[in-house]
Design a protein around this ligand. Structure first.
Ligand code: HEM
Length: 411
């Protein structure tokens, strides 16, 4: 990929700048510029339309095509045949399907992810968060990402799937590699080999887990997907593996970022933190506001259907469109004073979990994990603060916004 020329005074308008550490640290001025100057912007460096207004992002998520994974033949044409095994998994994942296939897979998967199951997980999440935070009791300083934001969703995910909890670090490593595919891979061709190895290892691991389910059934999602049946229809083994993988990745990277970004945001705004401490009934609203304010999943992609018009601009059929939820969530046409964090904000229909048919499948679980993580941490550490002189480093990923580490002090 060619790097956009940076002209003094007026850098070209491109989402590509998110890879600059300064822009990555605070992408919101770039989003504002896009929204105000060119809300439906052709980004020549990303070869895609970049859409930043709330109304247009909703339109894209509602009406544009999710089926965007290139076929193995197309990958060969593009000289990217080596990633065909990854594409073979992605084409079966609900995130990349359109009707009627999408509805079929999502319906079968929903059978596996009932409110009752989420309710059972609630008590486990409390215990897991409690144990992780107990282990920190004597530490005057620690890395919140390493100690809580990474392991909590990884352990919960292992429990949710029904695989041994002792494998959670393995799942976390794979999930981070796959997230590179979702958020970034075209900008990091050097990482393709590692991602490929991880996808191959995951496929072997989950096929083995499916075989194990036959003799030792668990209560987890894998078993539920294997046995799910609606009107005689069932998922094939390949479909189970592909959708276990997307659920595992979707469930970990984003929830890690909700916890990390949320704690950073609260520690940077002590007045809001105090507000939450003095009124715990704000917790549910607070998680929604933190999701809006520093959305863990900043953008997603779609392809334009026939006769697509966005904000008065005609989009040719099949063109790639990047819907930037992180920008829409700061759109002043939709949210009053959008750059202000207001933990009590009402009317907060943010797009952090997407919109319409692909609205996040795991949103109830993610909300619950976020609420429990913030509640447990704040209760245990009344004086928690950012470690002084510690640089805040964001992961260089265009789509998934999260920290590499977050040093905090507790006294
Ligand atoms: C804070 C945490 C989370 C955030 C911000 C988040 C965000 C999102 C977003 C934005 C989408 C829609 C993407 C699109 O339309 O292209 C999505 C879909 C999805 N999420 Fe999440 N997610 C989170 C947690 C979870 C969890 C815990 C799980 C699993 C239990 C999960 C599983 C999924 C799946 C399977 C889809 C695809 C749904 C479909 O295509 O129908 N996510 N998520």
């Amino acid at each position: 990929m060619t790097t956009p020329p940076v002209r003094e005074g007026s850098p070209p308008l491109s989402l590509y700048h998110l890879l600059d550490p300064e822009v990555l640290a605070d992408p919101y001025p770039l989003y504002r510029q896009l929204r105000e100057e060119d809300p439906v912007h052709w980004d020549p460096y990303l070869h895609a339309w970049v859409v930043t207004r709330y109304e247009d992002v909703v339109n894209v998520l509602h009406h544009f095509k999710a089926d965007r994974t290139p076929t193995p033949e197309r990958l060969d044409e593009l000289g990217m045949g080596e990633i065909a095994p990854i594409a073979a998994v992605m084409v079966k994942q609900m995130l990349f399907l359109d009707p009627p296939e999408h509805g079929r897979v999502r319906r079968l998967a929903s059978v596996a992810f009932t409110p009752r199951r989420v309710g059972v997980l609630r008590e486990h999440i409390r215990q897991i968060a409690g144990t992780l935070v107990d282990n920190l009791a004597d530490k005057p300083r620690f890395d919140l990402m390493a100690e809580l934001a990474n392991p909590l969703p990884a352990i919960v995910t292992a429990e949710m799937l029904g695989v041994p909890v002792s494998d959670h670090e393995l799942l976390k490593g794979w999930s981070q590699d796959f997230a590179e595919m979702l958020g970034n891979f075209q900008h990091n061709p050097g990482r393709v080999k590692k991602t490929l190895q991880s996808v191959e290892a995951m496929v072997v691991y989950f096929h083995a887990a499916i075989i194990r389910e036959a003799s030792h059934p668990t209560e987890g999602l894998i078993n539920a997907l294997v046995t799910a049946e609606v009107d005689g229809d069932r998922l094939s083994e390949e479909e189970v593996v592909a959708n276990v993988i997307i659920t595992m990745v979707g469930g970990q990277e984003t929830t890690t970022n909700l916890i990390g970004n949320g704690v950073l945001t609260l520690l940077r705004q002590p007045d809001q933190l105090e507000r939450l401490r003095s009124d715990p009934t704000l917790l549910v609203n607070a998680v929604e506001e933190l999701l809006r304010f520093e959305s863990p999943s900043q953008q997603t992609a779609r392809l334009a259907p026939a006769r697509a018009i966005l904000g008065g601009t005609r989009i040719p059929e099949g063109d790639a469109v990047i819907a930037v939820m992180g920008a829409a969530n700061r759109d002043p046409e939709r949210f009053s004073d959008p750059d202000h964090l207001d933990l009590g904000r009402e009317d907060n229909r943010h797009l952090a979990f997407g919109w319409a048919a692909h609205f996040c499948f795991g949103a109830p679980l993610a909300r619950m994990e976020g609420q429990i993580a913030f509640e447990t941490l704040l209760a245990r550490f009344p004086k928690i603060a950012l470690a002084p002189d510690e640089a805040i480093e964001w992961r260089p990923n265009l789509g998934l916004r999260g920290l590499t580490g977050l040093q905090v002090v507790t006294s």
